[in-house]
Design a protein around this ligand. Structure first.
Ligand code: ADP
Length: 550
């Protein structure tokens, strides 16, 4: 900018200098012309006075190289000329100045030499005797005048340019200096050139706009960071070259990344062939999904292509933890297979017995035994179907009606239900504790107490003892069912709550067990937000403690 201002000043100075030189020369020349003309006229006047007194002898005495005096007769013939004398030269009647002198008393004219370097000024005046006396002088033309002054002009131009250069340099620096010191952070606080006010106002407006937009972007960015930070699902934003733009903490955890992978290529961070293919497919089709297990959990990776104005700008990878869903699906499949199997066994027993009776292959005295067998199997089927229904109700987490239930009462009811079986096995059943009310679903709470008592009697040998104890604590009710039975091996304790899991299958079936009793207990306790703990020793007995918050 400084250079531009400098150049402009120099150019303006040059133009002004040139114009003023031309104008001054013009004026000077015309002034000199006028002065010369006036001089010539005065000379002629003096000459005429002397000529009228002395006649031609005066002209003959003039020895001037500067002036040329010509005396012209009334017919235009030259009577005397200070250069040629009386020698005849051409008739001057047609010369402009002579013609005018004859016509109006005086006349003047200028004529240039062939080379245009010289100019001759003529002045003629009519005398009293009718003849004309003419004086002429040769001077340099404008060109020669200018040429003659070229040196001083050049010197003036040079000096002017040097001075202009110095001044222009200072001026341009002085003009630019405040501009360099402009504080664009506070445009309106600058007090320099008034002409800059509109520009500074505009900058200030733009600055305010940018500031607002920046704030909005920062707000959105913070909001976005907070949202993706709170997400349980993993989220990775990837640009079209595969570089990670954003990754949320959940995704970092899934890929077990200690440091941020932002700016790195995603497939170098997560080197997986299947993922590479998935991303390629998403790039081509717009969407792709895969399921993979990592560190014992199942994840679903969903990649979606992102487009803007018809152009692919990247992709977004969402990672869902589908472990529970996968497990539930697996459990459901296994449960269906197990239920089918469990239903088939008693049905086959019933069918077999029925076929034998139908084909009269059973002695009449044995028929009642077979019918008893059919009843037992049918009873097992009913119990199984009831347990399955109860479990599916619990699975669906259907809302069931809650009421205040006294656990001690339920324990008494359950002990009564198992009393016959216990009596047959000579097992002593003891119910102790204080009345303890909790708010819950009565039939589920009964299932808990009954299944535990039923198991205790089932898995206790003759002459054993079963104790049911209810304790009313401040915030929870505690149900403890202990037996002196066969006990559960340590390695099985964790599995006894699985559906259809039995430690000893034949023993369970013998006693009419479905393998679903403890599953129902687990779900029913969970429904009431309670906890279960099992303590058991093989050959000595089992204690199961249920704590349910009031
Ligand atoms: P089941 O209908 O076979 O009793 P459960 O789900 O009620 O099924 O119990 C699962 C398994 O846990 C039983 O098959 C049994 O092996 C074991 N079990 C449960 N309660 C006891 C107990 N009190 N003593 C010993 N083993 C038990």
């Amino acid at each position: 900018m400084t250079r531009k201002i400098f150049n402009s000043i120099i150019m303006v100075a040059g133009a002004v200098l040139l114009a003023s030189t031309v104008i001054i020369m013009g004026f000077l020349y015309s002034y000199l012309e006028k002065v010369r003309g006036d001089d010539l006229k005065n000379e002629l006047e003096l000459l005429i006075t002397a000529f009228e007194e002395d006649g031609i002898s005066y002209l003959e005495k003039i020895q001037s190289e500067h002036y040329r005096i010509t005396w012209i007769g009334t017919d235009g013939e030259v009577l005397y000329d200070t250069v040629t004398g009386t020698a005849s030269i051409e008739n001057h009647l047609e010369r402009e100045e002579v013609k005018n002198a004859f016509a109006i008393g005086e006349g003047k004219s200028n004529r240039y030499s062939d080379t245009l370097f010289e100019k001759t000024m003529y002045y003629a005046k009519k005398l009293e005797d009718g003849t004309v006396l003419r004086i002429s002088v040769s001077t340099s033309s404008v060109g020669v005048l200018v040429f003659g002054m070229l040196q001083p002009i050049m010197a003036v131009i040079l000096i002017t340019f040097i001075i202009s250069g110095i001044l222009a340099d200072r001026a341009s620096k002085r003009i630019v200096k405040p501009l360099n010191g402009l504080d664009l952070d506070a445009p309106l606080d600058n007090e320099i050139y008034e002409e800059l006010s509109p520009l500074l106002n505009k900058i200030n407006r733009k600055k305010r706009k940018i500031k607002t937009q920046l704030k909005e972007i920062q707000r959105q960015e913070a909001e976005f960071t907070q949202i993706i930070g709170c997400m349980n699902e993993g989220l990775v934003l990837i640009d079209k070259d595969g570089t990670v733009l954003r990754i949320n903490p959940a995704a970092n955890k899934i890929f077990s990344l200690n440091e941020s992978c932002v700016g790195k290529n995603f497939l170098t961070v997560y080197r997986d062939h299947e993922m590479g293919l998935c991303m390629k497919e998403a790039e081509e089709t717009g969407h792709s999904e895969i399921q993979q297990s990592r560190f014992g959990r199942e994840y679903q990776f969903v990649v979606n292509r992102i487009e803007s104005e018809g152009e692919v700008i990247g992709s977004v990878l969402l990672i869902f933890d589908v472990t529970e869903r996968v497990l539930a699906e697996r459990n459901r499949r296994e449960f269906t297979a197990s239920v089918s199997h469990e239903l088939k066994t008693p049905l086959q027993g019933i069918l077999g017995s029925v076929e034998l009776i139908e084909n009269s292959m059973v002695k009449p005295e044995d028929v009642s035994t077979f019918v008893g067998h059919i009843r037992k199997e049918a009873q097992r089927l009913v119990t199984l179907v009831n347990d399955v229904i109860r479990l599916s109700q619990l699975d669906e987490r259907a809302d069931m009606e809650k009421e205040n239930v006294d656990l001690l009462k339920l324990a008494a009811e359950a002990s009564e239900s198992i009393a016959t079986v216990a009596k047959n096995k000579k097992i002593e059943v003891q119910v102790s504790g204080s009345p303890t009310e909790i708010c819950g679903v009565k039939k589920l709470l009964y299932d808990i107490v009954y299944n535990l008592c039923d198991n205790a009697v089932k898995y206790t040998d003759e002459g054993g003892k079963v104790t049911i104890d209810i304790v009313d604590r401040k915030n929870e009710a505690v149900l403890t069912v202990s037996d002196t039975g066969i006990g559960i091996p340590n390695e099985d304790i964790d599995r006894i709550f699985e559906r259809f899991y039995r430690v000893d299958k034949s023993h369970s079936k013998e006693t009419g067990g479905t393998g679903l009793g403890l599953s129902i207990v687990k779900h029913a306790v969970a429904y009431h937000h309670g906890t279960i703990s099992v303590h058991s020793e093989v050959g000595r007995g089992t204690t199961i403690i249920i704590e349910i918050p009031k």
